[in-house]
Design a protein around this ligand. Sequence first.
Ligand code: XCC
Ligand code: SF4
Length: 649
Amino acid sequence: MAREPKKPEEMVSDAASIETIIKSRHDCVDTCFSRADSQSVCCKFGTQGVCCRICHMGPCKITPRSPLGVCGADADTIVARNFLREVAAGTAAHSDHGRHLVLRFKKVAEGKEPDYKITDEKALYRIAGDYGIETEGREVNDIALELAELFISEFSSQEEDLKTLNLAPEQTRSVWKKHKVEPQGIDRMVVESMHRTHMGVDHDYRNLLDMAFKTSLADGWGGARIASQVSDIMFGTPEPLRSSANLGVLEEKQVNIIVHGHEPALSEMLAAAVHDPEIIKYAERAGAEGVNLAGLCCTANEILMRRGVPVAGNFLQQELAIVTGAVEMMVVDVQCVMPSLPNVAANYHTEVVSTTDIAKTIGATHLEFDEKHAYDSAKKLLKRAVDNFKNRDPEKVQIPKVKKPLVAGFSVEAIKHMLGGTFRPSFRPLNDAIISGRITGVVGIVGCNNIKTRTDSYINALTKELIKRNVLILKTGCAAQASAKAGMLTPETAHEYAGAGLLEVCETVGMPPILHMGSCVDNCRILDAAAHIVAEGGLGEALSQVPAVGVAPEWMSEKAVAIGCYFVASGVDVILGQPFHTSGSENVMKYLSEGAAEKFGGGFYEIADPMEAVEKIMELLNNAREALGINKKAERKLLDMKDRRSLDV
Ligand code: XCC
Ligand code: SF4
């Protein structure tokens, strides 16, 4: 007997998605929500991580009756190998994204890509300075070229440790050194991970997991950071701006184009070209009132943060956007793009366009992006979308009238300005607020949506409860978009939900209690903020001492595994709303929690319930406060000379 399909409100928590899932059923269109129903129960061996298909004597699986694979590998080895491969894949994804940007940045510095430029010279000077590059009296392009080459060598370095690690506090670096997890070249880390997990190489689960941490550091302090920094230089360091989110940002009378994926290079061009008078006229001639660009997933975050382009939705809304029947074109680049999109689009008039030769999908139109003529290339795409407007079937259009206003654009530099003012940008007021107890601590809530959780529900329940308890929230990725859709990325949220201490700080500084810091690669901004807190003084010498926790409530991707690992290896405890596929090995589970905590000062906790997670987070924050001696409200702390100096404003 066929099972009743789940009710939409059991699967998603926002009104726009509920309405559109109902429409998809009415239109007889398959989406992830119907496919998840037909997938039923997940494979037990995969879930536990005990399925090994690394050599062709297998696949082998570990069961009580067969505790060893054909080669003799036990559950610990198999689970740890699978885990390391996930971290390597996640690191590769962020880092390859970073590499594409760096190679473009180099061409820009050489004057070979005239449509791109160095938008943010201040960022260039600042970042070059961070890496010890001389900037005094030098041409901008000259500095840029040296920085590009330094970044490229971060990918290729064979024996030298990553230079980007130097941005971490000294004590954190010495922990890495002690445990021998300082990564060398990013590419080397990924290659070595693949080698070590090949049949018959590394079998000690502890050694494999240490490599997972080492590789992940090459992501968080390497590849992802480079992606973020180069984007800031080429496209501008984000500053607070207003926009809106959810499917209601689509416009009934305009040509709607959605950019989806992760890389900002093409979407930046589209965001610029969309205002070109030629394009506007072209759209008007086609009977549209204009061209409306919106984003999905992290490409959305990239152009939201810098240009205020509205967010059509997060990960699990990508198909639903097409189901509205109002999208002329969906332009996809890399990562988190469902292969189902062309199938969904076949029911409407939407054209799905892939733009890079490393990411093609059957059924999508492949139009390689011409980097040498980037602006023209973008204009061509926009015109093609306009041409498709006439194919829209008004009968099939149903845009939910659901969208919420938001404020985003909180780079570390923007936060510094906000806190300290333009003349004295500084983290001091934040440190003081934490020390005085008005803010209990800082929590990064990041990551995806996962079909296994009612979309956005864990993220939003957790966020709301934490700000009530005076925790400042830093957000990225689809988790940030979940808050946006809930209308919580606004300064007013402080009045509605924040505890008295956090509210006071938000009012004084004029900031919202939830700060949207960007895309997935921008998780490095969260670590950077923590490093600034340490550097400011009074809250410990290592990242592990700061009252800070990371949470990935609804994560699903391998990138999230890498992100979790580099947070933990940096000393930050991480709560996972979805478990790793490691339950088949108690030893691995223990190493990732207690073992990591002993080594780095941060470990993993799997907590399926948001309210339980809140309690754990408060406990971790309070433990950190206790260790710093700042736990009592309004207690006068005895300051040593160093603390005194740093408090001397
Ligand atoms: Fe993808 Fe970045 Fe996850 Fe969203 S959050 S589903 S990885 S788009 Ni990074
Ligand atoms: Fe089986 Fe060992 Fe081959 Fe894995 S590596 S498939 S456990 S024989």
